[in-house]
Write a protein that binds this ligand. Structure first.
Ligand code: TYM
Length: 335
C-alpha cells in the first residue's frame, strides 16, 4: 500500500481540508507505519500556478501550509512531506501523460467548468490540464490509495483512466490505477453561510469557513453567525434532508467528536441552534486550538520547516525517478 495526497497552496487551510483530508492523512500515516507501506503528502505549489498569486506570498504560503500539516500531526519521520516543485519528476511525467489524456476527458471535469466559467478562452492552459498533473502526482509514485474529499473523486477517476490507457497503449504494466479513499465521516463539509456550497479557500466570505489559524473567539463568532433555520434538531438525519445548513453542523460535530451523527442527534434532539452552536464552537476550539498553538511555535522557525521539506523531497525523488524513467523508456524517449 502506498498513500499519496496533496493540497493546493492557494490560501488558508480550513476545517473542510482538515476533516476531509488531513485528519485521514495523519491516521493513515500511522497505518502505513504498522503495515510497512509509505505515505507521501505534498504541497501542490505547481498547481497553485493556475491561480494568480504574488510570488512572495506563494512561497510564504507553502511554508505556512507545511507548518500547518506538521502541527496537525504529519510526522516527517513517518511520512514523506515535501513541496511538489522540488521533485521535477511530477512535471516531467505530466508532460508524458499529456500524450495520453484526451481533450474530451479534461473538458468534462466539473472543476474546470466551474473555475473557467464562461471565459474559457481567457482561462490558463494550466487550469485545463490541471488534472493531468494531479494524475502524474499520484502515478509517479505508483500510489495505491489517495485520501481526499469527495470533490476530488472525478480527478481520481481521470487518473485511473490515464493509468489504464497508458499501460494499454504502450503494452506495459507500469501504472497502478489509484483508489480514492474518501472519509465516510466528512466527505464534503459545506460553507457556514450556504449549506449547498462546499467550504472552500476561494470563497470570498471568510465567515463561510473556519480557518485552522482562526482564534478561539473567531471560531465562536463564526459558529454563532453560521446560517441555520429556526427549527430544532430532530431525532434522525433523515429528517434533515431539506435542511442543508443544519445537516452540515451536525456532520461537523460528529466528525470532530469522532462519533456518529445519530449519537449527536440522540444527545441534542429537541435543542434549537441557540444551544447547539455554543457546544459546537467549544468542541471545534478543543480540536483546533492545540493545532493552532503548535503552528504558532513552528512558525517561529520557518527555516526549519523549509529544511524538513527539502529532506522530504530527497526521499520523494528517490521513489519517483524509477517510475519516470520506466515511463520514458516505454514511450521511446532517450534520456
Ligand atoms: P484542495 O487543496 O482543494 O483540498 C485539499 C484536500 O481537502 C479536501 N477538501 C475537502 N474535504 C471535505 N470538505 C471540504 N469542504 C473540502 N475542501 C477541500 C480536498 O478534497 C482535498 O483532499 N487538486 C487537489 C490537490 C492535489 C491532489 C493531488 C490531491 C493536487 N495533486 C494528488 C490528491 C492527489 C486540490 O485542489 O485539493
Amino acid at each position: 500500500m502506498r498513500i499519496v495526497s496533496g493540497i493546493q497552496t492557494t490560501g488558508n487551510l480550513h476545517l473542510g481540508n482538515y476533516l476531509g483530508a488531513i485528519r485521514q492523512w495523519v491516521a493513515m500515516q500511522d497505518d502505513m507505519q504498522a503495515e510497512g507501506g509509505e505515505a507521501l503528502f505534498f504541497l501542490a505549489d505547481l498547481h497553485s500556478l493556475t491561480v494568480a498569486i504574488d510570488p512572495a506570498e506563494r512561497a510564504a504560503t507553502t511554508i505556512e501550509m507545511a507548518a500547518t500539516l506538521l502541527a496537525a500531526g504529519i510526522d516527517p519521520d513517518r511520512s514523506i512531506l515535501f513541496n511538489q516543485a522540488r521533485v521535477s519528476a511530477h512535471a516531467e511525467l505530466c508532460w508524458v501523460l499529456q500524450g495520453t489524456a484526451r481533450m474530451g476527458w479534461l473538458g468534462r471535469m466539473t472543476q474546470w467548468k466551474d473555475k473557467a466559467g464562461k471565459n474559457r478562452d481567457g482561462a490558463s492552459v494550466g487550469l485545463f490540464t490541471y488534472p493531468v498533473l494531479q494524475a502524474a502526482d499520484i502515478l509517479v509514485y505508483r500510489g495505491t490509495h489517495v485520501p481526499v474529499g469527495d470533490d476530488q473523486k472525478q480527478h481520481l477517476e481521470l487518473a485511473r483512466d490515464i493509468a489504464v490507457k497508458f499501460n494499454a497503449d504502450f503494452g506495459v504494466d507500469l501504472f497502478v490505477p489509484p483508489e480514492p479513499f474518501i472519509s465516510p465521516a466528512a466527505p464534503r463539509i459545506m460553507s457556514l453561510r450556504d449549506g449547498t456550497a462546499k467550504m472552500s479557500k476561494s470563497d470570498p466570505s471568510d465567515a463561510s469557513r473556519i480557518n485552522l489559524t482562526d482564534s478561539d473567539d473567531a471560531i465562536a463568532q463564526k459558529m454563532r453567525k453560521a446560517r441555520t433555520d429556526p427549527g430544532q434538531l430532530p431525532e434522525t438525519m433523515a429528517e434533515l434532508v431539506d435542511r442543508p445548513e443544519a445537516r452540515n453542523l451536525v456532520t461537523i460535530y460528529a466528525a470532530l467528536a469522532g462519533i456518529g451523527t445519530d449519537a449527536v442527534l440522540a444527545e441534542h434532539a429537541g435543542q434549537g441552534f441557540g444551544a447547539f452552536k455554543p457546544a459546537l464552537a467549544d468542541l471545534t476550539v478543543s480540536v483546533l486550538g492545540p493545532i493552532r498553538e503548535r503552528l504558532v511555535r513552528l512558525l517561529d522557525d520557518r527555516a526549519a520547516v523549509g529544511v524538513a521539506l527539502e529532506r522530504g523531497a530527497d526521499k520523494a525523488r528517490a521513489l519517483a525517478e524509477p517510475t519516470l524513467r520506466a515511463a520514458q523508456r516505454a514511450t521511446g524517449l532517450q534520456v
